[in-house]
Design a protein around this ligand. Structure first.
Ligand SMILES: [Mg+2]
Length: 263
């Protein structure tokens, strides 16, 4: 698809964060003005992240501090998508949630019944406060055979010196110990998070544009959900690695900043 056509149909831009909007906390190029130009062209911005170690409120605070969060913007995490999924698929069920204190409180506040002793569903998040007690409980409940939901699949999380183990590494640990893999993975590139986005925006198809730097999560998310996808070469993917990829985006730009000339 040509970039002109992608922009003409777009109503909401779904923005990945690391490698797309900022790198190591610093905005990429003239991102603040780019995002302002997108808003002024009548498009809505939804920041879409797989990171389930933080809450929507954490991200709103971080994006506000960077000066890129306005009142009509939204943040949607794989944790938010998992809450929506649990309410649909496992309404009223008791959940063991391996997650940070803040994330546990956010699930609870959203009406998910948390249970440490006799849960009916297990949910694994990117728990940056995980300890051996939580690892033991998670293994115990997995061995009982209850449904197993993971918020997202990422192996590593971008960090300063080296990328650090994300939930995908935890999934491998539990697979090695219990033989189980998640029955459902909610976040990018999967359609459960896509369903959540459609609900949030009331839009679908090419009205939604997924913008991201990672092929197997961001761009595959666009493809799997029938949304437009815009690959930006400001992060993980290089022009050369994209040439060799089987996953193809609707359009490619050096960074999101170049979109302003098409608005
Ligand atoms: Mg990224």
């Amino acid at each position: 698809m040509q970039i002109e056509r992608l922009v003409a149909k777009a109503k909401t831009f779904l923005l990945d964060l690391d490698g797309t909007v900022y790198i190591e906390g610093a905005l990429i190029g003239d991102m603040k003005n780019t995002l302002t130009a997108l808003r002024e062209s009548g498009r809505r911005l939804v920041y879409l992240t797989n990171n389930s170690s933080k809450t929507k409120e954490d991200y709103i605070a971080r994006l506000s501090a960077l000066g890129i969060y306005e009142k009509n913007d939204a943040v949607y995490t794989s944790g938010d998508a998992t809450i929506a999924f649990l309410k649909k698929r496992y309404a009223g069920k008791r959940v063991y949630l391996a997650g940070t204190g803040k994330v546990r409180r956010s699930f609870s506040a959203a009406g998910i019944a948390l249970d440490e002793e006799n849960p009916e569903v297990l949910v694994l998040t990117y728990d940056t406060e995980i300890d051996y007690e939580k690892i033991s409980k998670t293994a115990l409940f997995l061995k009982r055979g209850i449904p197993y939901v993971a918020t997202h699949p990422d192996i590593n999380c971008p960090a300063k010196e080296v990328d650090l183990p994300d939930i995908g590494s935890y999934i491998k640990l539990f697979e090695t110990s219990t033989g189980r893999v998640p029955d459902v993975v909610v976040g990018k590139p999967h359609t459960y998070m896509g369903d959540g986005v459609k609900e949030l925006t009331g839009q679908s198809g090419n009205e939604l544009v997924m913008v991201g730097d990672r092929l197997y999560t961001d761009i595959a998310f666009g493809v799997n959900n029938g949304f437009s996808s815009l690959l930006v070469l400001s992060g993980e993917t290089t022009a050369e690695s994209y040439r060799q990829s089987a996953i193809k985006a609707s359009a490619v730009l050096p960074s999101l900043n170049e979109i302003v000339r098409y608005l």
